[in-house]
Write a protein that binds this ligand. Structure first.
Ligand code: ADP
Ligand code: MG
Length: 305
């Protein structure tokens, strides 16, 4: 199959969508967001050998993940996804069949989370697979939630258990779009972020963007994924350490008023309150004995790792 045959398959898979009057097949896509909403735009690139190993993951999961990580960014602003643009650099050998596998995974995520496939760019080369998806979304009626909106004295919550995603969950992230929309519709969210680089690192971004706040987290309250426990047996790092520092959980970390915690838990049963924001800067962990110790975020740095 040549490039145009392939694009035709992508085009036929896209279907009609009122939000995308002109999609694949013209020079630009034409997108029609709901009146009065802001446009949200995010983009994420995945590179073979860096973010995944194609032989292990397969094209379908890579396609799914490339969509899901972008959807997670839309969720982190309580937005609603609209349309995705998929750019690929395909390895020349087996390019067409890999592209079809990628498309299958892209469609899995697009169909599940209501996203149109509106365009992209298709190339082949002698190098490894690179896939970039740009995703457009729209803000919720109440306005997008920013990292910078947290205040001192708010409850810090996460939408689910953390740690050990490398055992496989990192390829099948579940973007917390529904949780974010439900919370946004019912209460004021202060600051919010999706946990891609690690809980402490990502919470650190919220605190910093919110004017240099600090936080006290209760060690016992941090929900630990069973994968964190399994990984701990393999590498000797504590499950708590995995929950605090591992990346790619794609749960949301957010601040809300203490008075709203119960309501938030009724809306999102997996939500847990893990601590509170403080006017003093710095991250501290409170142990079972009540003792406070300074925590340091060891999140993933893409340039130095
Ligand atoms: P141009 O040369 O004008 O950029 P292309 O031939 O690259 O046009 O693309 C033709 C159409 O196919 C455009 O609508 C483009 O968005 C779409 N397209 C190309 N590659 C992909 C892809 N991988 N996924 C989805 N749409 C694609
Ligand atoms: Mg092009």
């Amino acid at each position: 199959m040549n490039e145009f045959g392939l694009i035709d398959v992508f085009r036929r898979s896209a279907g009609a969508d009122p939000r995308v009057p002109i999609g694949i097949g013209d020079d630009c896509a034409l997108i029609r967001p709901s009146p009065g909403r802001d446009l949200l735009v995010t983009t994420d690139m995945l590179m073979e050998g860096r973010h995944f190993r194609l032989a292990e993951a397969g094209g379908r999961l890579v396609g799914y993940k490339a969509m899901a990580v972008n959807l997670s960014d839309i969720a982190a602003m309580a937005g609603v996804p609209l349309a995705a643009f998929v750019s690929v650099a395909l390895p020349k050998t087996g390019a067409a069949s890999l592209a079809l596998d990628l498309l299958a995974g892209i469609r899995d995520a697009a169909d599940r989370y209501g996203t149109a496939l509106a365009g992209g760019d298709t190339n082949a080369w002698d190098g490894p697979l690179v896939i970039n998806i740009a995703l457009l979304g729209e803000s919720p009626p109440q306005g997008a939630v920013l990292r910078s909106g947290a205040k001192a004295g708010e409850a810090i919550c996460v939408t689910g258990p953390l740690g050990g995603s490398l055992l496989g969950r990192h390829l099948r992230p579940i973007p917390r779009l529904a949780a974010a929309s439900a919370l946004r519709g019912a209460l004021r969210i202060g600051g919010m972020i999706d946990v891609s680089d690690g809980l402490l690192a990502d919470l650190g971004h919220v605190l910093q963007e919110s004017g240099g706040l600090g936080a006290i987290l209760d060690e016992d309250a941090i929900p630990i994924h069973e994968d964190a426990i399994a990984m701990s047996r393999q590498d000797g790092r504590s499950p708590l350490n995995h929950a605090c520092d591992d990346g790619e959980d794609f749960e949301l970390c957010l601040t809300i008023s203490e008075a709203d915690v119960e309501r938030a838990r009724r809306l999102v049963p997996s939500l847990r309150r893990i601590g509170s924001t403080t006017a003093d800067p710095g991250l501290r962990l409170r142990g079972r004995d009540g003792e406070l110790r300074t925590a340091e975020a060891k999140g993933f740095d893409h340039l130095s790792s």
